[in-house]
Write a protein that binds this ligand. Structure first.
Ligand SMILES: [Ca+2]
Ligand SMILES: [Ca+2]
Length: 510
């Protein structure tokens, strides 16, 4: 509390002059001539003589005052209020009560304030007074308050106990309006055909209220249609593929505007998978190696994607298609058997599998695999099915493995790796040309057709022949079981490491 020890007007002036110059310079009587109200107005000369505007007109002379119509009670005070019309940082009060300096001053009063109409009244610290003896009461606030509405609660007067206020001065300075805080929401992403998105923004104002929202488009491939653009939440419609940026601007009751942006990414529609994806189908080549074909599950969904390709050749007497070549056989021979409907590998195998159907034994053109025709099939398949030309591997069983060997002998540069099963290695003389070529051969040692030592040198401790070639770089793997005769290929192809190997080889530069 800041009680002045003296009670005359010059004393008040002296007090004002003693304030720091900066505070005195910034602070003015912001209640002067502002709209006022009161609990009652004395009927004598009503309303002009003792009306409440008299307390805020700048005149502190005797008889220029507000007077209540009734006597207050401490529990039912009379009141006098001013609306400062805006929030101010109030630092000082001056209250001239009484009919004049000697008669009818207020003895007991509170001064309360609030920043907004909806706020609760609060007593200004230091402004809850009893036993007042000063006709000119002043208070420098120990802590400044932000107030728009200031009210005097008159609880008891002196002499005849009416409330009289010649002048009520509220000193304050303009508050610096704080701009709103705006959040346009987290960045968004949608995928066509969805072409609308909710823009969920928000804004707050620490010292006021938001009076206006406005969504606008900053950038984007097309002009979007914005609906509800003057609310915190809007929707952007008619979006096309690309990235849009939208801005939310919010304005507060002090006229200050802030903005934030949000980015909306509109992705291209995901293509639907090829109807043949994840299934077997027949590739009809007019009788020249009509083939069973497997396409991976995501085939067609990724534009431009290139897939590994596995060529699998069945043995002599085997087949992959029905006899009329209109359907894939119920148990096609070769690696493609791992991809029959219902097998788990159908969902995960990442490569294309081509399983040509050779002529049946004893039928016209019955022969072992025709090297040039098989190679032509592979080149055509690469183009037709979008295979990666650097990831084509070969596998086959028995005479199919012979066909694999023939491809290695004549068209090795087309391929990334080979997995012959149950058959000889290529003749020893060209064998060393395969020293750096990835090969995984498999079979059973008691197989009358294929035996382990055909890939090894029985006269040199069964060292792998390829390892004896100058420049061998370790690409050859051989898996030989001790028994099982001429068979075992399905078991081997069911191994996940064998399946992975077939789609993991990458063609080397020649
Ligand atoms: Ca006055
Ligand atoms: Ca503000």
């Amino acid at each position: 509390m800041d009680w002045s020890p003296r009670r005359t007007l010059p004393t008040l002036s002296a007090l004002l002059l003693s304030l720091p110059l900066s505070a005195a310079a910034q602070s003015t009587n912001v209640a002067l001539n502002k709209p006022s109200s009161a609990s009652s107005v004395n009927a004598i000369g009503f309303p002009d003589l003792f009306g409440h505007p008299k307390a805020f007109n700048g005149n502190i002379a005797s008889d220029d005052r507000w007077a209540s119509a009734v006597n207050p009670l401490p529990s039912n005070p009379e009141w006098l209020e001013v609306d400062l019309q805006a929030q101010y940082r109030v630092d000082r009060l001056a209250l001239y009560t009484g009919k004049d300096d000697t008669y009818g001053r207020m003895v007991s009063f509170d001064i309360v304030y609030r920043a907004n109409l909806t706020d609760a009244w609060q007593v200004i610290p230091g402004a809850s007074i009893t036993g007042n003896t000063l006709p000119a009461w002043t208070l420098t606030l120990p802590q400044q308050v932000s107030a728009r509405y200031v009210r005097l609660l008159c609880k008891a007067g002196a002499d005849d106990n009416f409330c009289r206020v010649r002048e009520f001065q509220v000193f304050g300075s303009t508050l610096t309006n704080q701009p709103p805080s705006v959040f346009a929401g987290a960045d968004l992403s949608i995928t066509l055909p969805t072409h609308s998105v909710q823009l969920q923004g928000s804004a707050t104002d620490a010292d006021g209220t938001i009076t206006r929202y406005l969504w606008t488009q900053v950038s984007g491939p097309t002009t979007a249609t914005l609906s509800g653009a003057t609310a915190a939440t809007a929707s952007a419609n008619d979006l096309a593929q690309g990235t849009y940026v939208f801005q939310l601007a919010a304005t507060d009751n002090g006229g200050s505007t802030s903005a934030d942006t949000v980015s909306v990414t509109v992705n291209a529609a995901i293509p639907s998978a090829d109807p043949r994806a994840g299934k077997l189908h027949v590739w009809n080549r007019n009788g020249t190696y009509d083939s069973a074909v497997f396409l991976p599950k995501d085939y067609g969904t990724v534009p431009g994607k290139k897939y590994p390709l596995v060529l699998t050749l069945h043995g002599r007497g085997g087949s992959t298609l029905t006899s009329d070549h209109t359907q894939v056989g119920s148990s096609p021979e070769g690696f493609i058997r791992q991809l029959l409907p219902g097998k788990a590998l159908v969902d995960t195998f990442p490569g294309i599998v081509i399983a040509p159907n050779g002529p049946r034994v004893g039928q016209p053109l019955d022969t072992w695999w025709h090297t040039a025709n098989v190679h032509a099939l592979v080149l055509e398949a690469i183009t037709l099915y979008g295979a990666d030309p650097d990831r084509v591997t070969l596998t086959g069983l028995s005479s199919g493995a012979s066909g694999v060997n023939d491809q290695l002998a004549y068209y090795r540069s087309t391929y990334a790796g080979a997995m012959p099963q149950a058959y000889f290695p290529p003749n020893p003389s060209p064998l060393c040309v395969l020293e750096a070529f990835p090969i995984w051969a498999a079979g059973n040692s008691d197989d009358g057709t294929f035996s382990a030592w055909n890939w090894t040198n029985p006269y040199d401790g069964f060292q792998m022949r390829l390892q004896q070639c100058a420049g061998y770089s370790g690409e050859l793997m051989i898996t030989v079981n001790p028994s099982g005769g001429h068979g075992g290929w399905d078991t081997f192809w069911a191994r996940s490491d064998a399946q992975d190997w077939l789609v993991s080889q990458v063609r080397k530069a020649p």
